[in-house]
Design a protein around this ligand. Sequence first.
Ligand code: C2E
Ligand code: MG
Ligand code: MG
Length: 694
Amino acid sequence: MPQDQTFIFVIHQVLVLVAGAVCLFGTWVGMRHFARARATKGSTRYGWLFMASVGTGAALWASTFISILALDPSLNSGFELVPTAATLPIAIISCLVGFEIGSRHRPALAPELGGLVMGAGILAMNYIGLKAWHISGTTQLNSAGVAITLLLGLGLSALSVNRANRPVTRWCRHGAAVVLAFMICAMHYALTVSVNAVPDMAIALSPELVPAKMLGAGVVLAVLLVIGSGFSSYIIDLKSRTESAERIHQLSFNDTMTGLPNRIAFNERLSFAAAESHELAHKLAAFSIDLDGFKDVNDLFGPSGGDQLLIEVADRMRRVLGPGEFLARQSGDEFLGLQMSGNHPHDARAFAERIAQALARPFQLQDQTVTLTASVGYSIFPTDTRERDQLLSNAKLAMHRGKSQRRAAICAYEREMDDAARARRALARDLQTAAENDELELHYQLQTTLDDGAICGSEALMRWNHPKRGMISPAEFIPLAEETEAIIGMGEWALRKACFEAAAGRLPGTIAVNLSPVQFCCDDLAETIHGILIETGLSPKRLEIEVTESTLMSDQTRGLHILRKLKSMGISVAMDDFGTGHSSLATLHAFPFDKIKLDQSFVRRIPEDAAACAIVRTVLALGRSLNTPVLAEGIETDAQWQFLLDEGCQKGQGYLFARPMPLAKLPAAMEAARQFERSEVPAIVEQVAALAVA
Ligand code: C2E
Ligand code: MG
Ligand code: MG
């Protein structure tokens, strides 16, 4: 190679390197801005997209022209003004459109589509730039080479935007910039082989052309613009981050009681961490932590005892926090957590387990030992949702789901939970109109004296005949009605209906009606019941109200006050589901119940299960000592009946005697029972049970 040709070759390679370096720096700055755009919304997002496009577009433009000039640095060349000037806005606008599409989450191939748009813009810029380039000589384009250049440009820019918008690790963003720089170099070499420029000094350049040197100055300006905008945005970004970090710090210690950050601080932290996790392609987990049974502690130890416990709980949880983890107090016994995780799938669960572990040791409260558990729900960003605001609601949904199943649950958000919650909301909506649409019914289950099989009364059990779903169990709709307080109207309807039927002589003995704890929130409950008795003409002696322990747990003073009023009217009060609550003895001592209904979970296990037998015996002994009759619920077999009879249980209710049935079937069931009252008891059982099933 002659010496001057070697020199030209070296200049060529240096220029290509410069083109690659300019492109790399510009696209690196651009991808940084693009990552910020993906993490933000509204006008801020467009601001970042614009910065990303100016940086990337100007860098691609400059490197393209460097690479055109590098084709043969010895050539005397110039550029047409208008098309050359048009290439810069083409580069920037195609980057803007490409990034805008590429940063969307829909359609599924948006990043690749954005990449293609960007690639097409870059190719157009390349092509126009080449066409506007004139030399003192002739140029020939090789179409196969041009086609390869085209494919390379399109493919690599799609890959770049794909990497930038679907990051798997923090390196993907840098990878995207490298791919773009590589694209410019690869396109240059593909172009080198497809353009054949032959110098011919006889061909003069038009004086209207912009000389190559002048364009070179333009390129230098563009490079300075890229570097300048890159640095200034970096500094602004860094400063605003420091400022928001400081602001978070200021807001951090606002919950004066526990010393933990408050809800506002949590929200700030969440948006900060979400932006960071976007940029670093890290996962971010949000946690909702709720103490189980904290209300009982408050009731038992008073508000100051509750506060003391919360301080200790917060302290223990704070001590197990690791780097990148954050804890805040939402309100009451609800806490919130955040964890920036290094993408390990078990990190979030490990955090939840650490929190549970921290609370596992018993607490000392006013010289008493208290054990406490927490239910934790969590959701991961961006796996579960790409919406930052949705993350916490997901975590809460998961927490409530776990809590509804058991105490101390750790539950991860699953997409189906949304469907279940939606179905639940729809059911709650339907429930609001169920009473108006006559969809509610009352079924009645007969209650029996165990030794002679005589019917002594019945329990009214609500049924919901849903127009689409058919019969829905009260176990499903009563809790829902309690949440929306629709139970207040529904309970009143059940009472009125049951009292009416009993007064009309269609129900035997006493009629038992279940009352929800929510109904006890109405101060005028006793007056309402009194009104219903007057309205229907039922003697209070024939009405029995069934309450569970939770009625007295929520507000004992108010609950007892209402129960006493009812009792003074002559209405009897039964303790339902006895044995399943918290402090059964204390409740029994608090109020003179007229009946104890032994929960079916024990009856189901007798006579095989020794522990269940012991509990049943204890409850029966308790009933005797308090002089309160015990009714066993859920008797299904002869063996259970025999056992209860032998142990001195007076009354029973269960499928063995009668299933809950509509009013229309009751006369036949009662008639069968009367006929056999003094004969063989098993025969009555068979007849009545058969009637209910029929
Ligand atoms: P509960 O008051 O303890 O009612 C007894 C439940 O046990 C009824 O379930 C009854 O059908 C069922 N049962 C009776 N005998 C047997 C048996 O031998 N085996 C089995 N496995 N189950 C038996 P149901 O009707 O599904 O009601 C469930 C709960 O819904 C009731 O439990 C009560 O807490 C609530 N509920 C029902 N109606 C009303 C209402 O009108 N108001 C309120 N607040 N709650 C109601
Ligand atoms: Mg009941
Ligand atoms: Mg019960």
